[in-house]
Design a protein around this ligand. Structure first.
Ligand code: SAH
Length: 347
């Protein structure tokens, strides 16, 4: 197990030769623990309504400049058919924290998907009540993704200034999710203003402590319609302490995550692909990641789910993403996995 100091040293490491060792170690652990196959999860952004005001997020409830949408049941089931056709083993339904997504409405859709397909079903709908989480689990949902965003309670409060909920409550919801028997996923952004190297190292240690099944990390990308980008949020750390939101730091975080949580399913994220559209996805997959989440959201909605600007693939169709990914995976001599791609416990 890496210590906090060792993690900080890796995060700050500049020596290419040493970093090569980090990539190799992460890649070896990836092969040993989750194998050479890449799991694809079809991502459906089912609603961009959001009642929260996260200071970093482009679809936060304060942003009046975007048009809001909610996919209909028919739209969702149509997209699910594509996921089956492309042989992605999982459907991920993500949204803003949208109280307009009625729990019973979603329950019914979950049941339909689970009885008519072999897909694993993942939800990522924000912090929902224990009753809702339990009902969706009973309806057949298998996994739940909810990033804790930062393990620093003070920074969490600064980034979620008008929210009633604290980091403590978000972590309690994660615990609830695990207790209900969902596979649990979480993660953080890299280089969000106010995040120090020390606090990022603590985030990484928390991944291991929570024994997460899935861990998503990606660079913070400023969105002009947010309080954070407008400079309305004061963070109190100096320049040397501030984590950089760049590509190299993202690879380091992916690699360290693999070392700390060898069995976890770790995606090479869209935010990383946004920083390096040419080869970000591939490099993530070669430095610890083993999952990709191709977007299946219909183009007319996808364009409105802009949590950060210039998001990779925002103008693509599901078909285009399917074709593009097959090529990318082939180019690094890896294979696409069959089946749901659950977390496999070795012991
Ligand atoms: N409402 C859901 C899903 C949020 S979107 C929830 O609260 O869990 C998924 C993730 O996108 C967020 O958890 C956050 O970590 C990330 N994200 C949001 N804004 C971002 C930005 N400006 N740059 C990079 N990632 C961002």
């Amino acid at each position: 197990m890496l210590t906090k100091e060792q993690i900080i040293n890796w995060l700050k490491e500049k020596d290419q030769t040493k970093l090569e060792k980090l990539w190799q170690q992460a890649d070896r652990l990836r092969i040993e623990n989750v194998g050479d196959e890449i799991h694809l999860r079809g991502l459906l952004e089912i609603s961009n309504y959001c009642q929260r005001h996260c200071a970093y997020c482009g679809i936060n409830g304060n942003n009046r400049t975007i048009e809001r949408y909610r996919m209909s049941e028919a739209d969702i089931l149509e997209a699910v058919k594509k996921i089956v056709r492309y042989d992605y083993g999982t459907v991920v339904m993500q949204s803003g924290e949208d109280r307009g997504l009625a729990p019973e409405w979603l329950e019914n859709i979950i049941k339909k998907i689970k009885t008519s397909t072999n897909l694993a079903l993942t939800l990522s709908l924000g912090q929902r009540s224990a009753e809702e989480l339990a009902a969706w689990r009973r309806a057949g949902a298998d996994r739940y993704l909810m990033r804790f965003e930062t393990s620093n309670a003070e920074l969490y409060r600064i980034l979620h200034p008008t929210e009633e909920t604290s980091l403590e409550q978000r972590l309690a919801t994660l615990k609830e999710i695990k207790g209900l028997g969902y596979e649990a996923g979480s993660g953080v952004m890299i280089g969000i203003p106010g995040q120090s190297w020390q606090s990022l190292a603590e985030d990484l240690l928390l991944f291991a402590k929570l024994d997460l099944d899935m861990i998503g990390v990606g660079p913070y990308i400023a969105h002009p319609q947010t309080d954070l980008a407008k400079g309305e949020i004061k963070t109190t750390i100096n320049k040397e302490e501030q984590v950089t939101a760049d590509e190299l730091t993202t690879y380091k975080v992916i690699a360290i995550t693999r070392i700390l949580c060898p069995e976890a399913n770790i995606p090479s994220t869209t935010a990383l692909a946004t920083l390096n559209k040419e080869s970000g996805r591939e490099l993530g997959l070669q430095r610890g990641a083993n999952v990709v989440m191709p977007n299946v959201t219909p183009p007319e909605y996808r364009i409105k789910y802009e949590i950060y600007p210039d998001k990779a693939c925002i103008k693509e169709t599901a078909e285009a993403c399917f074709g593009c990914l097959q090529k990318r995976i082939k180019s690094i001599a890896r294979k696409v996995a069959q089946g749901p791609g659950n977390r496999i416990r070795k012991k």
